[in-house]
Design a protein around this ligand. Structure first.
Ligand code: TYD
Ligand code: MG
Length: 404
């Protein structure tokens, strides 16, 4: 056998992976600047979230730049895609639709066409001759994905596959494919909200720190270059039960408004409901407020909400949540020029947060003047910012400082 001998990394000469920018900045950003030749990219997300819309726009942009794209459509007919394209103002030059859901014939068409990109929408609707099960079965998902992977590598043509994933992470679905493909992107968002986040969760050619923000409009997905502005646009300053936190989405600072409402409960056990928040963080924060600050929440329901349909997972938003709850309870508004940042610990202490400067600069950019934050966070970092820093040791101190 003539196997290739092992190579010493130090002697290896490689160029940067060539990337093809699509020209949709929020999309290119997530891919680290563009689509890498020969890569297989899985785009997952809930049904109806906008995967087909986004990829149709991407395909159209490449088409209009003089390249050709093969769109393998298993979910909609060519006519339906034409209608959608028309609604999006897409002419469709360079955009070829194949309605054949057999993966071997789709790839044969791709060989003839030599496109700049292949889109398979969706992986659940195509089938391969090499497996006997029905489309969407585990064996078919695997065979089709492997065939696409092989073809992408041979031809250097990048391939997108769409995969529907339900919130509870449908185990027999595309999650199984995550380890086969090169890049995994998820399109997320709440149904009732127009905002969509494109998040990289795996990227063999770059970081997964970047997040793309889109708005689903009447004519397709529009990139949101200033997400902070969008997310706090409708905020009434000096509103009761509201606090703003500079969160991080990947490496990107985004200001979001957290709202809370406390109201007398009518059920035997008071309820704690969080939209866009981790319920465990909500329970922790309410428990700390009850026990350490003696806030009488026992007979009250607490409803908390992240405005704009964003989901905040990081504990750095704890303090904003706590202040929103206290503000609602006291019926007193926080000053409109303050943002809040900090993780709440079980004894009511505030814990430091990462990337302080980046967050503060974003708050500064949007016109905020002050930030209430944990003392501890300034021991390790001295952010350069004009924002006045209201450093407090604990939650009690934060409440006293901003709510009197
Ligand atoms: P779609 O891209 O078909 O979702 P997926 O492929 O992830 O299942 O998006 C479907 C939803 O998006 C549908 O409810 C209609 C809405 N939509 C818009 O709001 N604006 C548009 O321009 C388009 C094409 C769709
Ligand atoms: Mg679709």
């Amino acid at each position: 056998v003539d196997a290739a001998p092992p190579v010493e990394i130090a002697r290896l000469d490689v160029d940067h992976e060539p990337r093809m920018p699509v020209g949709l900045p929020e999309f290119d950003r997530v891919l680290g600047g563009g689509i890498v030749a020969g890569s297989l990219i899985l785009l997952g997300g809930d049904p109806g979230i906008g995967k087909s819309t986004l990829l149709l726009q991407v395909a159209a942009m490449l088409g209009e730049s003089g390249r050709s794209v093969l769109y393998v459509a298993g979910e909609e007919s060519a006519a339906q895609i034409k209608l959608r394209a028309a609604r999006l103002g897409i002419v469709g030059s360079g955009l070829f639709v194949a309605s054949d859901t057999n993966i071997e014939s789709a790839l044969a068409a791709a060989v003839d066409m030599n496109p700049a990109l292949v889109v398979v929408d969706s992986i659940q609707t195509v089938y391969s001759d090499t497996a006997e099960q029905a489309p969407g079965s585990i064996a078919q998902l695997r065979q089709c994905t492997m065939a696409l992977m092989r073809w992408a590598k041979e031809s250097s043509v990048p391939v997108f596959v769409v995969g529907h994933v339900t919130k509870d992470g449908d185990i027999a679905g595309p999650r199984l494919l995550e380890h086969i493909v090169d890049v995994v992107l998820y399109l997320e968002g709440e149904r009732f909200s127009a905002y969509r986040l494109l998040r990289g969760v795996k990227n063999r050619f770059g970081s997964v720190d970047e997040v793309g923000v889109f708005e689903m409009t009447g004519d397709g997905m529009r990139g949101v270059e200033n997400p902070s502005e969008a997310f706090i646009a409708e905020r009434a300053t000096d509103a009761v039960g509201s606090a703003v936190v500079p969160t991080l989405e990947g490496s990107r600072p985004v200001l979001v408004e957290v709202q809370a409402l406390t109201s007398p409960t009518v059920t035997p056990a008071p309820r704690r409901t969080g939209n866009g928040l981790d319920t465990n963080r909500l329970l922790l924060v309410t428990a700390v407020l009850s026990r350490r600050l003696n806030l009488p929440l026992a007979g009250l329901d607490v409803i908390a909400n992240v405005v704009g349909g964003l989901r905040i997972a990081e504990p750095a938003a704890d303090l904003a949540l706590a202040l929103a709850i206290v503000s609602s309870h006291k019926d007193r508004a926080m000053p409109g020029d303050i943002v809040a940042l900090g993780e709440v610990g079980l004894s009511g202490e505030l814990r430091s947060v990462s990337h302080l400067e980046r967050r503060l600069l974003e708050a500064e950019r949007l016109g905020f003047k002050r930030c209430v934050l944990p003392e501890a966070t300034l021991h390790r970092q001295r952010p350069r910012t004009t924002i006045e820093l209201l450093a407090v040791p604990d939650l009690r101190g934060a409440v006293r400082t901003v709510l009197g």
